[in-house]
Design a protein around this ligand. Structure first.
Ligand code: SF4
Ligand code: FES
Length: 322
């Protein structure tokens, strides 16, 4: 008998190795996979915090055909042989996802027009797909001052959804983690230990893994809306990291450097602070060419030129100057 486990998600089947989660199997199927705000495939122990990836398990396994009584987080629930999962085909799942988005927005400010993450924000995309037009929330939102946590990163705690990705990134990519989630319940917050700052060589990666605009790049803040800049793949010889990055250009100026992300919005290879923050001259880089951008992404706006068709306008003669 094959060691592979068969799982059916929204009517499509796939065989996966033991230990694969429902979310990973859905991603392999490649379409309509559940969203994820806290799970990050290249960081261990992530997942299980945000609940946006909830799905219905309509059949637990071939041996146990009963459904699971509650919706489950697909990022931490492992596939069983013969499991049947409903994601977008189940209205209960979509209803729950809408509820989770509403919950995530209880404290998150709707400041997308001034947020650097706009256009690249998982919560913005999620709200667009599953959110509602108005809020039922009447209480005041949590308030925090912006905090500089190190030379390159500024924390906007009001936007944080407590996904813990930055905590796992710092724990697993750097020698000395100096920040974490302090307190519990509705007074939880991301913070550094008193008088510590985040200044190790891989600290900039916490900006890339943050799904919202809570951790901002101080060298890029308010410089540009992302859809007005153009991304280029580039690389350089680097003794600390792979040196493979994306240069975000405004004209011939490099206004931001980030790691490259895959189609799930996750960093492929983490990069060092020298590449990210200190190499802003074109001579520092070997530019490979324009980075392909998903046509549905707002980042592709302004990148493709369509023929301009002037509208036929009938102008009243009295408004035309001689
Ligand atoms: S700062 Fe960003 S990455 Fe860190 S917990 Fe908050 S939302 Fe997640
Ligand atoms: S992605 Fe599954 S709980 Fe956050």
């Amino acid at each position: 008998m094959s060691d592979l486990l068969k799982v059916t998600i929204d009517g499509s089947s796939i065989e996966v190795p033991s230990g694969t989660t429902i979310l990973q199997a859905a991603r392999q199927l490649g379409r309509n996979y559940p969203p994820a705000m806290c799970y990050y495939s290249s960081l261990q122990n992530t997942g299980g915090k945000c609940r946006v990836c909830l799905v219905k398990v309509a059949q637990s396994s071939e041996a146990n055909p009963r459904p699971m009584p509650k919706l489950v987080a697909s990022c931490i629930t492992r596939v069983e042989h013969g499991m049947v999962v409903e994601n977008e085909t189940n209205p209960e799942v979509l209803d729950a996802r809408q509820g989770v988005v509403e919950f995530l927005l209880v404290n998150h400010p709707l400041d997308c027009p001034i947020c650097d993450q706009a256009g690249e924000c998982d919560l913005q995309n999620l709200s667009f797909e599953h959110g509602v037009e108005s809020t039922r929330y009447e209480e005041g939102r949590r308030e925090f001052n912006k905090i500089d946590i190190g030379p390159y990163v500024q924390l906007h705690m009001t936007r944080c959804i407590l996904c813990y990705r930055c905590v796992y990134a710092a724990e697993q990519l750097t020698q000395k983690r100096v920040h974490g989630v302090l307190n519990r319940g509705d007074i939880s917050e991301i913070s550094t230990y008193i008088q510590e700052s985040i200044d190790n060589e891989f600290s900039g990666n916490i900006i890339d893994v943050c799904p919202v605009g809570a951790l901002t790049d101080k060298t890029y803040r308010f410089k540009q809306r992302v859809w007005f800049s153009k991304p280029f793949n580039a690389h350089r010889e680097c003794s600390s990291c792979c040196g493979e990055t994306v240069l975000w250009m405004k004209g011939d100026q490099i206004i931001r450097v980030t790691a490259r992300k895959n189609k799930f919005g996750e960093v492929e290879k983490f990069i060092c602070n020298t590449c990210r923050f200190e190499k802003r001259n074109q001579e520092d880089w070997q530019v490979e060419g324009p980075r392909p951008v998903d046509h549905e992404s707002v980042i592709s706006a302004n990148k493709y030129e369509l023929p301009v068709i002037s509208p036929a306008v009938n102008v009243d003669a009295k408004f035309v100057s001689e």
